[in-house]
Design a protein around this ligand. Sequence first.
Ligand code: SF4
Length: 207
Amino acid sequence: MEIEDRILFLENGSPCIFFPVGKLADGGTCNFMTDECYENCPSCGVVHEHEIKALKYFKDNPIGEIVERIMKELSYFESTFLGWFSWGDCPPSLTEKIVEIVRRLNESGIIQNGFTRNKTLWEKIPCKNNLRFSLSVDTEKDANVSSNSKTVCFPDISRAEARVFFDGKMRARCSGYFCIHLDTNRTVEADCEQCYAGFNGCFSNGG
Ligand code: SF4
């Protein structure tokens, strides 16, 4: 599959969706961003052609076709894992569409992990062992209180790490390179598929 044809790109070896960062008015997808998160985004504010194409593809095509295309690209990568919004976010106009795409992929057995500031999206996507969407919030206190039966993430910019909460408890401190699993007190390379395999980090099931 040629690069210009793909909508999935690898992050830490896993196929992921990247959307253009920035304000909607500038062609970006980060409707709920803060100045601080934008200034510290791992994208460095750079928008790539493939992200613009991916967003256009999601806007222009029906749900069934998008799901089929994602399944085809996952099979090209020989993967059953999909990461959402490595950067960029779900714009409000795509919320319902993406909820349904996520639901259908879940029915097909795809393991999914995502990060969003779109609270409606986060509320509508159920939390399951193999399906985690973390709401990004701006204080550790908010992360803690909002994480009842769902994952919430506080990006601690001063330490360049995401603090991941589930069920009122911090479960991981993840830099995207290394991840400290607080349930087991182990430091591992950041690998969402491995977190899923051990129900750690964003995939913690509590306890
Ligand atoms: S805690 Fe684990 S699942 Fe969550 S982002 Fe880090 S590596 Fe991925």
